[in-house]
Design a protein around this ligand. Sequence first.
Ligand code: PEP
Ligand code: MN
Length: 369
Amino acid sequence: MIVILHANTDQDSDSYRETISFLEQLPDITFKQHVVQGSEQKLTEIYLIGDTHKVDQEAVESLDAVDRVIRISQEYRILGRHRDEQRAIGFTYNGVDFNQDNLHVFAGLCAVDKPESVEMVMRELNNLGQICTRMGAYKPRTNPYSFQGHGKKCLPYVFELAGKYEIKVIAMEVTHESYIDEISECLERMGRPTGVMLQVGTRNTQNFELLKAIGRQTEYPVLFKRGYGVTLNESLNAAEYLASSGNSKVIFCLRGMHSIFGSPHRNMVDFAQVPVVKRLTRMPVCIDPSHSVGSREPSADSILDLIHAAAQGVIAGANMILVDFHPDPANALVDGPQALLMDELAPFLEDMLLCQQSYQRRREIWAQG
Ligand code: PEP
Ligand code: MN
Protein backbone atom coordinates (compact mmCIF):
# COMPACT_ATOMS: atom_id res chain seq x y z
CA MET A 1 0.00 0.00 0.00
CA ILE A 2 1.27 3.47 -0.84
CA VAL A 3 0.09 6.54 1.02
CA ILE A 4 0.61 9.59 -1.15
CA LEU A 5 0.71 12.91 0.67
CA HIS A 6 -0.40 16.21 -0.81
CA ALA A 7 2.39 17.84 -2.80
CA ASN A 8 4.79 19.97 -0.73
CA THR A 9 3.65 18.58 2.62
CA ASP A 10 6.00 19.99 5.22
CA GLN A 11 7.54 17.45 7.59
CA ASP A 12 7.17 20.00 10.41
CA SER A 13 3.44 20.43 9.90
CA ASP A 14 0.78 19.11 12.29
CA SER A 15 -0.96 17.23 9.49
CA TYR A 16 2.27 15.38 8.64
CA ARG A 17 2.86 14.50 12.28
CA GLU A 18 -0.72 13.31 12.62
CA THR A 19 -0.26 10.99 9.60
CA ILE A 20 2.96 9.52 10.96
CA SER A 21 1.42 8.91 14.42
CA PHE A 22 -1.55 7.23 12.78
CA LEU A 23 0.69 4.93 10.73
CA GLU A 24 2.91 4.16 13.72
CA GLN A 25 0.03 2.74 15.71
CA LEU A 26 -1.03 0.31 12.95
CA PRO A 27 -0.35 -3.24 14.19
CA ASP A 28 2.27 -5.31 12.27
CA ILE A 29 2.93 -2.55 9.79
CA THR A 30 6.22 -0.81 9.18
CA PHE A 31 6.72 1.96 6.67
CA LYS A 32 9.34 3.63 4.56
CA GLN A 33 9.22 7.10 3.05
CA HIS A 34 10.24 8.06 -0.43
CA VAL A 35 10.58 11.75 -1.20
CA VAL A 36 10.87 12.95 -4.79
CA GLN A 37 11.94 16.54 -5.23
CA GLY A 38 10.66 17.63 -8.64
CA SER A 39 11.42 20.98 -10.28
CA GLU A 40 8.23 22.51 -8.89
CA GLN A 41 7.05 20.33 -6.06
CA LYS A 42 8.10 17.85 -3.43
CA LEU A 43 6.19 14.57 -3.41
CA THR A 44 6.15 12.27 -0.41
CA GLU A 45 5.10 8.66 -0.80
CA ILE A 46 4.93 6.36 2.22
CA TYR A 47 5.18 2.64 1.58
CA LEU A 48 3.42 0.45 4.13
CA ILE A 49 5.02 -2.95 4.58
CA GLY A 50 3.35 -5.90 6.30
CA ASP A 51 -0.19 -7.21 6.28
CA THR A 52 -1.88 -4.18 4.75
CA HIS A 53 -5.15 -5.98 4.04
CA LYS A 54 -6.32 -5.09 7.54
CA VAL A 55 -5.52 -1.40 7.10
CA ASP A 56 -8.65 0.77 6.81
CA GLN A 57 -7.97 2.61 3.55
CA GLU A 58 -10.71 5.18 4.12
CA ALA A 59 -9.38 6.08 7.55
CA VAL A 60 -5.94 6.74 6.07
CA GLU A 61 -7.44 8.73 3.21
CA SER A 62 -9.37 10.91 5.63
CA LEU A 63 -6.15 12.23 7.21
CA ASP A 64 -5.50 15.87 6.31
CA ALA A 65 -2.05 15.36 4.83
CA VAL A 66 -3.07 12.41 2.68
CA ASP A 67 -3.94 12.91 -0.97
CA ARG A 68 -4.74 9.30 -1.82
CA VAL A 69 -3.92 5.68 -1.07
CA ILE A 70 -3.00 3.04 -3.65
CA ARG A 71 -3.07 -0.70 -3.12
CA ILE A 72 -0.10 -2.14 -4.95
CA SER A 73 1.15 -5.50 -6.03
CA GLN A 74 4.30 -6.87 -4.42
CA GLU A 75 6.45 -6.13 -7.44
CA TYR A 76 8.07 -2.90 -8.56
CA ARG A 77 6.48 -0.99 -5.68
CA ILE A 78 8.04 2.34 -6.49
CA LEU A 79 8.72 2.10 -10.22
CA GLY A 80 5.52 0.21 -11.11
CA ARG A 81 2.30 1.79 -12.33
CA HIS A 82 -0.19 -0.06 -10.12
CA ARG A 83 -3.15 1.23 -12.16
CA ASP A 84 -2.68 4.74 -10.82
CA GLU A 85 -2.42 7.15 -13.70
CA GLN A 86 -1.77 10.18 -11.53
CA ARG A 87 1.72 9.36 -10.28
CA ALA A 88 4.44 11.28 -12.05
CA ILE A 89 6.24 9.58 -14.89
CA GLY A 90 9.86 10.40 -15.50
CA PHE A 91 11.99 13.25 -14.16
CA THR A 92 13.94 16.34 -15.12
CA TYR A 93 17.71 16.34 -14.92
CA ASN A 94 20.02 19.25 -15.71
CA GLY A 95 17.16 20.97 -17.53
CA VAL A 96 16.31 17.95 -19.68
CA ASP A 97 12.92 16.23 -19.34
CA PHE A 98 12.79 12.45 -19.48
CA ASN A 99 9.35 10.85 -19.63
CA GLN A 100 7.35 8.19 -21.46
CA ASP A 101 6.26 10.53 -24.24
CA ASN A 102 9.38 12.22 -25.55
CA LEU A 103 12.56 10.96 -27.23
CA HIS A 104 16.24 11.72 -26.66
CA VAL A 105 19.13 10.40 -28.70
CA PHE A 106 22.35 9.58 -26.83
CA ALA A 107 24.77 9.10 -29.71
CA GLY A 108 28.44 8.87 -28.81
CA LEU A 109 31.50 6.81 -28.10
CA CYS A 110 31.19 3.31 -26.69
CA ALA A 111 34.58 3.97 -25.10
CA VAL A 112 36.49 7.23 -24.86
CA ASP A 113 39.86 6.79 -26.56
CA LYS A 114 41.33 10.25 -27.13
CA PRO A 115 40.25 13.91 -26.84
CA GLU A 116 40.14 14.30 -30.63
CA SER A 117 37.44 11.61 -30.97
CA VAL A 118 35.41 13.12 -28.15
CA GLU A 119 35.63 16.57 -29.73
CA MET A 120 34.69 15.34 -33.21
CA VAL A 121 31.59 13.64 -31.84
CA MET A 122 30.51 16.50 -29.60
CA ARG A 123 31.05 19.16 -32.25
CA GLU A 124 28.83 17.25 -34.66
CA LEU A 125 26.18 16.63 -32.00
CA ASN A 126 26.13 20.34 -31.23
CA ASN A 127 25.88 21.23 -34.94
CA LEU A 128 22.81 19.02 -35.14
CA GLY A 129 21.18 20.45 -32.01
CA GLN A 130 21.82 17.43 -29.78
CA ILE A 131 22.28 17.91 -26.03
CA CYS A 132 22.91 14.33 -24.90
CA THR A 133 25.65 11.81 -25.60
CA ARG A 134 27.21 8.56 -24.42
CA MET A 135 30.88 8.37 -23.36
CA GLY A 136 32.29 5.20 -21.82
CA ALA A 137 35.12 5.77 -19.34
CA TYR A 138 34.80 2.60 -17.24
CA LYS A 139 34.30 -0.40 -19.51
CA PRO A 140 33.11 -3.82 -18.31
CA ARG A 141 35.05 -6.20 -20.56
CA THR A 142 34.56 -9.92 -21.00
CA ASN A 143 38.32 -10.44 -21.32
CA PRO A 144 40.50 -9.05 -18.49
CA TYR A 145 43.30 -8.30 -20.99
CA SER A 146 41.07 -6.09 -23.17
CA PHE A 147 41.14 -2.29 -22.85
CA GLN A 148 39.23 -1.42 -19.66
CA GLY A 149 38.53 2.25 -20.41
CA HIS A 150 40.58 5.31 -19.47
CA GLY A 151 38.63 5.72 -16.22
CA LYS A 152 39.02 8.97 -14.33
CA LYS A 153 41.95 10.10 -16.51
CA CYS A 154 39.61 11.01 -19.36
CA LEU A 155 36.92 12.72 -17.30
CA PRO A 156 38.46 16.24 -17.34
CA TYR A 157 38.56 16.51 -21.12
CA VAL A 158 35.23 14.74 -21.60
CA PHE A 159 33.49 17.16 -19.21
CA GLU A 160 35.32 20.21 -20.54
CA LEU A 161 34.38 19.42 -24.14
CA ALA A 162 30.80 18.66 -23.10
CA GLY A 163 30.61 22.14 -21.59
CA LYS A 164 32.14 23.67 -24.71
CA TYR A 165 29.60 21.97 -26.98
CA GLU A 166 26.60 22.48 -24.67
CA ILE A 167 26.01 18.83 -23.89
CA LYS A 168 23.67 18.58 -20.90
CA VAL A 169 23.68 14.85 -20.15
CA ILE A 170 26.35 12.18 -20.70
CA ALA A 171 25.41 8.52 -20.22
CA MET A 172 28.42 6.90 -18.55
CA GLU A 173 28.64 3.40 -17.16
CA VAL A 174 29.96 2.87 -13.63
CA THR A 175 31.19 -0.59 -12.79
CA HIS A 176 32.04 0.23 -9.17
CA GLU A 177 30.48 2.63 -6.68
CA SER A 178 33.77 4.47 -6.10
CA TYR A 179 33.53 5.76 -9.69
CA ILE A 180 30.51 7.86 -8.73
CA ASP A 181 32.79 9.82 -6.40
CA GLU A 182 35.42 10.17 -9.13
CA ILE A 183 32.77 11.59 -11.46
CA SER A 184 31.43 13.93 -8.78
CA GLU A 185 34.86 15.18 -7.77
CA CYS A 186 35.78 15.95 -11.36
CA LEU A 187 32.46 17.64 -12.15
CA GLU A 188 32.69 19.70 -8.98
CA ARG A 189 36.28 20.76 -9.63
CA MET A 190 35.32 21.90 -13.12
CA GLY A 191 32.26 23.87 -12.04
CA ARG A 192 29.75 21.31 -13.32
CA PRO A 193 29.93 22.09 -17.04
CA THR A 194 27.64 19.14 -17.88
CA GLY A 195 25.54 16.39 -16.27
CA VAL A 196 26.00 12.63 -16.03
CA MET A 197 23.50 9.78 -16.21
CA LEU A 198 25.01 6.76 -14.47
CA GLN A 199 24.72 3.63 -16.59
CA VAL A 200 24.34 0.16 -15.10
CA GLY A 201 25.59 -2.35 -17.69
CA THR A 202 23.85 -5.57 -18.55
CA ARG A 203 26.57 -7.54 -16.74
CA ASN A 204 25.76 -5.71 -13.53
CA THR A 205 21.97 -5.91 -13.70
CA GLN A 206 21.86 -8.13 -10.64
CA ASN A 207 24.86 -6.69 -8.83
CA PHE A 208 22.59 -5.69 -5.98
CA GLU A 209 25.24 -4.01 -3.84
CA LEU A 210 26.23 -1.77 -6.75
CA LEU A 211 22.55 -1.02 -7.38
CA LYS A 212 22.00 -0.11 -3.74
CA ALA A 213 25.02 2.19 -3.78
CA ILE A 214 23.87 3.93 -6.98
CA GLY A 215 20.37 4.13 -5.52
CA ARG A 216 21.57 5.80 -2.32
CA GLN A 217 22.59 8.88 -4.27
CA THR A 218 19.87 10.97 -5.85
CA GLU A 219 21.96 13.48 -7.70
CA TYR A 220 22.47 11.48 -10.89
CA PRO A 221 19.71 9.67 -12.75
CA VAL A 222 20.35 6.10 -13.83
CA LEU A 223 20.27 4.33 -17.16
CA PHE A 224 19.58 0.75 -16.17
CA LYS A 225 20.28 -1.98 -18.72
CA ARG A 226 18.20 -5.12 -18.87
CA GLY A 227 20.17 -8.25 -17.95
CA TYR A 228 21.03 -10.20 -21.09
CA GLY A 229 20.37 -13.58 -19.49
CA VAL A 230 17.55 -13.05 -16.99
CA THR A 231 13.83 -12.53 -17.46
CA LEU A 232 12.23 -9.13 -17.88
CA ASN A 233 10.59 -9.57 -14.49
CA GLU A 234 13.97 -10.21 -12.87
CA SER A 235 15.45 -7.14 -14.53
CA LEU A 236 12.54 -4.93 -13.45
CA ASN A 237 12.89 -6.20 -9.90
CA ALA A 238 16.58 -5.38 -10.07
CA ALA A 239 15.79 -1.84 -11.25
CA GLU A 240 13.54 -1.53 -8.22
CA TYR A 241 16.65 -1.90 -6.02
CA LEU A 242 17.69 1.56 -7.20
CA ALA A 243 14.33 3.03 -6.25
CA SER A 244 14.01 1.18 -2.95
CA SER A 245 17.42 2.57 -2.00
CA GLY A 246 16.22 6.11 -2.73
CA ASN A 247 16.67 6.93 -6.41
CA SER A 248 13.65 6.57 -8.70
CA LYS A 249 15.10 8.65 -11.54
CA VAL A 250 15.59 5.53 -13.63
CA ILE A 251 15.42 4.83 -17.37
CA PHE A 252 15.11 1.19 -18.37
CA CYS A 253 17.18 0.13 -21.39
CA LEU A 254 16.45 -2.82 -23.67
CA ARG A 255 19.69 -4.01 -25.28
CA GLY A 256 18.93 -7.48 -26.62
CA MET A 257 19.23 -10.93 -25.06
CA HIS A 258 22.08 -13.41 -25.30
CA SER A 259 20.82 -16.26 -27.43
CA ILE A 260 22.14 -18.33 -30.28
CA PHE A 261 18.79 -17.63 -31.91
CA GLY A 262 19.78 -13.97 -32.25
CA SER A 263 22.52 -14.95 -34.71
CA PRO A 264 23.72 -13.37 -36.99
CA HIS A 265 22.99 -10.44 -34.67
CA ARG A 266 25.06 -10.11 -31.51
CA ASN A 267 21.92 -10.45 -29.38
CA MET A 268 18.26 -11.27 -29.89
CA VAL A 269 16.63 -7.86 -30.32
CA ASP A 270 13.86 -7.35 -27.73
CA PHE A 271 12.42 -3.99 -28.74
CA ALA A 272 8.90 -5.44 -29.05
CA GLN A 273 8.92 -5.12 -25.26
CA VAL A 274 9.15 -1.31 -25.25
CA PRO A 275 5.36 -1.04 -24.70
CA VAL A 276 5.48 -3.80 -22.08
CA VAL A 277 7.92 -1.88 -19.88
CA LYS A 278 5.84 1.28 -20.33
CA ARG A 279 2.72 -0.58 -19.28
CA LEU A 280 4.26 -2.21 -16.22
CA THR A 281 6.33 0.70 -14.96
CA ARG A 282 6.61 4.48 -14.93
CA MET A 283 10.13 4.40 -16.33
CA PRO A 284 11.00 6.01 -19.66
CA VAL A 285 12.30 3.25 -21.96
CA CYS A 286 15.60 3.32 -23.84
CA ILE A 287 16.72 1.06 -26.67
CA ASP A 288 20.33 0.27 -27.52
CA PRO A 289 20.42 -0.92 -31.15
CA SER A 290 24.25 -0.97 -31.21
CA HIS A 291 24.73 -3.60 -28.51
CA SER A 292 21.62 -5.49 -29.69
CA VAL A 293 22.64 -5.92 -33.31
CA GLY A 294 26.39 -5.53 -32.94
CA SER A 295 27.39 -5.05 -36.58
CA ARG A 296 27.13 -2.71 -39.56
CA GLU A 297 25.61 -5.32 -41.83
CA PRO A 298 23.31 -3.68 -44.40
CA SER A 299 20.05 -5.25 -45.46
CA ALA A 300 19.00 -5.73 -49.10
CA ASP A 301 17.50 -2.22 -49.00
CA SER A 302 20.99 -0.94 -48.02
CA ILE A 303 19.75 0.29 -44.62
CA LEU A 304 21.85 -1.21 -41.79
CA ASP A 305 20.11 -3.86 -39.62
CA LEU A 306 21.12 -1.75 -36.64
CA ILE A 307 19.20 1.24 -37.98
CA HIS A 308 16.19 -0.91 -38.79
CA ALA A 309 16.24 -2.15 -35.19
CA ALA A 310 16.44 1.41 -33.85
CA ALA A 311 13.48 2.37 -36.05
CA GLN A 312 11.47 -0.58 -34.69
CA GLY A 313 12.08 0.56 -31.11
CA VAL A 314 11.14 4.19 -31.78
CA ILE A 315 8.03 3.33 -33.77
CA ALA A 316 6.94 1.28 -30.75
CA GLY A 317 7.33 4.30 -28.46
CA ALA A 318 10.90 4.22 -27.12
CA ASN A 319 11.94 7.37 -25.24
CA MET A 320 15.68 7.20 -25.62
CA ILE A 321 18.21 5.72 -28.04
CA LEU A 322 21.69 4.83 -26.84
CA VAL A 323 23.82 4.38 -29.94
CA ASP A 324 27.52 4.01 -30.72
CA PHE A 325 29.13 6.47 -33.14
CA HIS A 326 32.83 6.86 -33.88
CA PRO A 327 34.76 9.20 -36.19
CA ASP A 328 37.24 6.44 -37.03
CA PRO A 329 35.75 3.03 -36.16
CA ALA A 330 38.76 1.12 -37.52
CA ASN A 331 40.79 2.60 -34.66
CA ALA A 332 38.11 2.50 -31.96
CA LEU A 333 39.33 0.68 -28.85
CA VAL A 334 35.96 -0.97 -28.15
CA ASP A 335 33.11 -2.08 -30.42
CA GLY A 336 34.36 -0.38 -33.61
CA PRO A 337 32.53 -2.85 -35.90
CA GLN A 338 29.12 -1.71 -34.67
CA ALA A 339 29.80 2.06 -34.63
CA LEU A 340 27.94 4.38 -36.94
CA LEU A 341 29.99 7.00 -38.79
CA MET A 342 29.80 10.72 -38.13
CA ASP A 343 28.30 11.46 -41.55
CA GLU A 344 25.54 8.98 -40.70
CA LEU A 345 24.43 11.04 -37.71
CA ALA A 346 22.25 13.55 -39.60
CA PRO A 347 20.35 10.90 -41.61
CA PHE A 348 20.05 8.76 -38.47
CA LEU A 349 18.41 11.64 -36.60
CA GLU A 350 16.12 12.36 -39.55
CA ASP A 351 15.07 8.70 -39.73
CA MET A 352 14.40 8.54 -35.97
CA LEU A 353 12.34 11.73 -36.09
CA LEU A 354 10.23 10.20 -38.84
CA CYS A 355 9.72 7.07 -36.72
CA GLN A 356 8.78 9.20 -33.71
CA GLN A 357 6.21 11.08 -35.81
CA SER A 358 4.87 7.78 -37.11
CA TYR A 359 4.52 6.56 -33.53
CA GLN A 360 2.54 9.69 -32.65
CA ARG A 361 0.34 9.20 -35.69
CA ARG A 362 -0.16 5.53 -34.76
CA ARG A 363 -1.40 6.66 -31.34
CA GLU A 364 -3.93 8.94 -33.02
CA ILE A 365 -5.18 6.17 -35.30
CA TRP A 366 -5.74 3.84 -32.35
CA ALA A 367 -7.20 6.54 -30.11
CA GLN A 368 -9.97 7.00 -32.71
CA GLY A 369 -10.53 3.26 -33.10
C1 PEP B 1 27.67 -0.22 -23.29
O1 PEP B 1 26.58 0.38 -23.48
O2 PEP B 1 28.77 0.32 -23.43
C2 PEP B 1 27.66 -1.63 -22.88
C3 PEP B 1 28.75 -2.24 -22.43
O3 PEP B 1 26.46 -2.20 -23.00
P1 PEP B 1 25.86 -3.53 -22.33
O4 PEP B 1 26.04 -3.38 -20.84
O5 PEP B 1 24.43 -3.49 -22.76
O6 PEP B 1 26.62 -4.67 -22.91
MN1 MN C 1 30.12 -1.39 -26.35
